[in-house]
Design a protein around this ligand. Structure first.
Ligand code: PLP
Length: 417
């Protein structure tokens, strides 16, 4: 990646100003300044078509799904299941029964840790993760280890913020029951070599769970091509509402997993002696689901699917290069996470200014960034910082917004000089 003289105007067919018209929330002032929303890794914004789809559903079609014979229930069921087919097609799952609706990545990983972990992990076994995982991909495995006597093994990272692949490979053993790693790190932006990770694990017949929370807005994922066993993601990171996400899992795993939660929807028959569980994927969807969320997710997938993804990626790469160059020119800055392959996330610390103070100061200029440990405390420990400031870009961001961030940071430096 060449960081010198990155042009403010990218040579791309991507019309960012036109795209921005699709996102009503972006067009507002915060503290009297134009909003620069650079907190997309925490949650991305919704295009009008997603807002409209949810509104249309709530206004015209809402009823509970699957159980009713009346027209609204049939419409709601159709909308909910149509969205599942959109998910299937978008990630190229072999069947809709492999796409389980959940609240988000966190719930997806907890589902696997509980339902799969229950019958497949025992004392002395190991779960292999990496040092750069989000807490969602650490704590559920820790809890599983505490329940079973298994051990959590952590593959180290390098000073650039990449998984040390030699050490990772050396940590795979006959005791490893599962590998669970993030596709893209939320704290560092690192794009992990998940193809290599999956191949190495599969050489030893070890299944792999990929935390795809940060990858879905920046990559096109084909679960069959990746040959991944479990892939978890959240709607709200990919321009859909909060409270909806998906666990993709291969049928052969889902079939052998007991239900995660019991209740309505997940059964075919119940008496006081026993219950007969529903077919896939409903066995894992106890209770009334987030129907409007699923509708919104389907609309977000339609929206993403219609974008020129190659041009989008070129635009995001340009934003990353430009931001890296602009921020690197500030005195006393330390970039945290300089992997060779990165998504559009820039984490940094500024000498003598706590990240939280930075967050507040740049907010007064309308610039929204995230500050803190980003739910990745081990990453903070590794880099020996209490917190970082993080600017994370979506395809609707502009170089002007990066300039607003850089100027706001300079202002903060003047205040603390
Ligand atoms: N994994 C990663 C890499 C994330 O960035 C996040 C959210 O920031 C999560 C998991 C958890 O996602 P959610 O809070 O939507 O369940």
């Amino acid at each position: 990646m060449n960081h010198t003289n990155v042009q403010a105007v990218p040579n791309t067919a991507f019309d960012v100003q036109k795209i921005r018209q699709d996102f009503p929330i972006l067009h507002q002032q915060v503290h009297g300044k134009p909003l620069a929303y650079l907190d997309n890794a925490a949650s991305a914004q919704r295009p009008q078509c997603v807002i409209d789809a949810v509104c249309r559903y709530e206004t015209h079609d809402h009823a509970n799904v699957h159980r009713g014979v009346h027209t609204l229930s049939e419409r709601a069921t159709q909308a909910y299941e149509n969205a599942r087919e959109k998910v299937r097609s978008y990630i190229n799952a072999a069947s809709v029964s492999e796409c389980v609706y959940v609240r988000g990545t966190t719930e997806a990983i907890n589902l696997v840790a509980n339902a799969w972990g229950q019958n497949n992990v025992k004392a002395g076994d190991e779960i292999l993760i990496s040092w750069m995982e989000h807490h969602s991909n650490i704590v559920p495995w820790q809890m599983l280890c505490a329940r079973t006597g298994a051990k959590l093994v952590v593959a180290p990272i390098t000073p650039r913020g990449e998984i040390d692949m030699e050490k990772f490979a050396a940590l795979l053993s006959d005791r490893t029951r599962l590998v669970a790693v993030g596709h893209i790190s939320n704290a560092l932006g690192t794009v992990n070599p998940i193809r290599d990770i999956i191949a190495l694990a599969h050489d030893r017949d070890i299944p792999v769970l990929i935390d795809g929370a940060q990858a879905m807005p920046h990559t096109r994922v084909d679960v069959q091509d990746l040959d991944v066993d479990f892939y978890a993601f959240s709607g709200h990171k990919m321009f859909a509402p909060t409270g909806i996400g998906v666990l993709y899992a291969k049928t052969r795993y889902l079939e052998r997993m007991p239900p995660y939660q019991g209740g309505g929807e997940m059964i075919l028959a119940v008496n006081f002696e026993r219950s007969v569980y529903n077919e896939l994927p409903y066995k894992f969807e106890a209770g009334t689901p987030n129907i409007a969320g699923a509708v919104g997710l389907g609309a977000a997938i339609d929206y993403l699917g219609a974008l020129d993804f190659a041009a989008l990626l070129e635009h995001e790469q340009h934003l990353l290069d430009y931001a890296t160059e602009q921020l690197s020119s500030l005195s006393g800055i330390r970039l945290i996470g300089t992997a060779r392959k990165k998504a559009s996330v820039v984490s940094f610390v500024l000498e003598n200014i706590h990240a939280h103070d930075l967050g507040t100061i740049v907010d007064s200029d309308g610039v929204a960034i995230r500050t803190g440990h980003h739910c990745a405390m081990p990453v903070m420990d590794y880099f020996e910082v209490p917190a970082t400031a993080r600017a994370s870009f979506a395809f609707y961001n502009t170089v002007d917004e990066i300039d607003a961030l850089t100027n706001a940071l300079k202002k903060a430096q003047r205040m603390f000089a």
